[in-house]
Design a protein around this ligand. Sequence first.
Ligand code: NAD
Length: 710
Amino acid sequence: MTALTLTAENGIAVLTLDLPGEPVNTLGAAVKEELEAALSRLKEDGTVRAVVIISGKPDTFIAGADIHEFTRLSTMEQFESLSREGQEMLQRVEDFPKPVVAAIHGACVGGGLELALACHYRICTDHPKTSLGLPEIQLGLIPGAGGCQRLPRLIGLRAALDIILAGKSERGSKAYRLGITDELVPKSILRRTALQAADRLAREGLPHRKPRGGLMGWLLERNPAGRRVVYAMAKKQVLARTGGHYPAPLAAIQAVWAGTEWGGSTGYAVEHKKFGEVAATDVSRKLIQIFFATTALKKDDGVPAGSARARPVARLGVIGSGFMGAGIAGTAVSQAEVDVRLRDTEWPRVASGLSAATAILRGRLQRRRITRFQFERQAALLSGSTDYSGFGRTDLVIEAVFEDLDVKQQVLRDVEAATGPDTIFATNTSTIPIEQIAAPARRPERVIGMHFFSPVDRMPLLEVIPTAQTSAETIVTVVHFGRKLGKNVIVVKDRPGFWVNRILSPYLNEAGRLLGEGTPIDVLDRIMVRYGFPVGPITLLDEVGLDVAAKAGGVLHRAYGARLEPAATMTKLLEDKRLGRKNGRGFYLYHKGQKTSPDETVYDLLGVRPAKTIDHATVERRLIYAMLNEAALAEADGVLRSPRDGDLGAIFGFGFPPFLGGPFRLMDDLGASRVVETLNELAGRFGERFKPAPRLVEMAASGGKFYPRT
Ligand code: NAD
């Protein structure tokens, strides 16, 4: 393999990295060897005055380490050596006696940025595809090739911790502002600028960089007492965010700390030791599995490979400009830059939908995700109407009208009449079988479910639900379009609740029952947050809306029987006109839309007194096992195409704790016999609804697993 090509211009060697046959460059063992060999040759070559490292790929500099190589290692010692070798190699780059310039366009992340940081000078492009960052934390790792040492030295402690601990990537312009790169240039002159910089550095020597951060930097970073404050704050924030479930951010703080307090060599030693420790944890293994699963999902169109091709979607129609419709419209213009026509029954509603969609764009502008120019261009893609004008040329129409079968069927008829023969009709229903909505369709092969989650612009999951008549082309088209909207798309079967609501339902029902038994609102939520969920079940109910949850709960109860009977709690709250956050009255109190504290009057309403002593372990088990059992039942029901889809759906749909890998990974880890045993015990104490799924019983007997053994 030759990934590197060497050319020389006027005494400047240009090393171009272009991994053959791969869409992006990664730093695997072979590339590292080649780079080392090239640098040793260039060191001795008297005609070479400086070196430029650049990528031959269109949109990546280096996308990080080769994670596949990782999966072949397992022990702490192996990971530690990998990190140490990486550090040593990059130290040789830093110690290289001639200037080395990194010319960065596209993704420069993980090991890629660590390489760039070891170079003497960095230039990046201002292109939107350029991003620089250290995402290791997201895989349960820490930057292990000197990143925890060099980044703080370059941009200051707080800015570096901010990037390392969040696993963030920054656009080129921000990276330049932070001081990660020395120059910011348009793509067209990257190479030329890098050659000029290399020539200049060879003649004039390396640049002297002043410490960054102004007075605050001096107060907080350039004296030990100030740094103690910074580290204490960082640790506190990490613990608040991770609940202590993720060891990597704390390990990263230690590696950075060792460098700033004890000096370079100790810093590197702690860094590779900590890298070895975290890389060998089960948490990291789970996060890497999720990474691979997500990558595989991006290539899975939901139909047998090659059976159909996606049609382009350039014009989108959205019917119903309420909460979901506006969210879909705003997400579509911002992510896919397609023309969106939004329709509702009355002008004021159309107007409020358009303004809610524009607010999504404005939010992105304020967070500097888009420029003012992009904002104007995207906002101009939105238009609205109270009739079907402008729908004739739409490629896809998504309806988000009231959750009512008759209304939805009428909308389907109207859309079919107003659009061309190839237009796809997608429904965002959360509870009505797609098949029923499709019943009056003249073109049933073009009808499908697209179940978005709220808020649409922020939730990363989309469930796509074909009926038995939906064509493969329709499936592939909406899967591709969903991906363009930035979603992880799973294709699931048209069964009540689809996947996410189906497994959420018994979990929320159980939470309702526990409340009815006197488990305090905040205690219930705290137990599940401690378990690893982003919010507890009661907060989730308030967020989703009690009316919405009750409606879905009722549908699932009718479909699956007593097992999914909703708790009486919900009816009592709804009778008291409590809808959750949206009307400021739910299980919690709200002040200006912000949750404050549990609403104690809920207990009177339910006729219970909050219990003083709570068996936390039992509460946790009742909630989790209700969900796990339903997951096994749904899987046997053919709702999912694979356990992978189910795990990703739970993680992206409602924040199932990623360090557990998802419900199926969790059951595989526990072992079916243990799951069955616990369910039997819960069934004995709390009722038949915990009766283990036949699939689990059978797996317990055969020693089977959801995922094939590797
Ligand atoms: P909403 O009440 O906020 O909006 C519905 C809109 O549809 C209203 O503006 C209404 O005027 C409009 N409408 C009704 N009939 C119409 C017609 N014939 N033509 C054009 N417009 C019409 O409701 P929502 O929360 O946005 O939900 C919409 C759909 O999305 C429902 O099917 C719901 O089940 C589904 N959904 C909701 C959520 C959620 O969290 N709210 C999540 C997933 C799916």
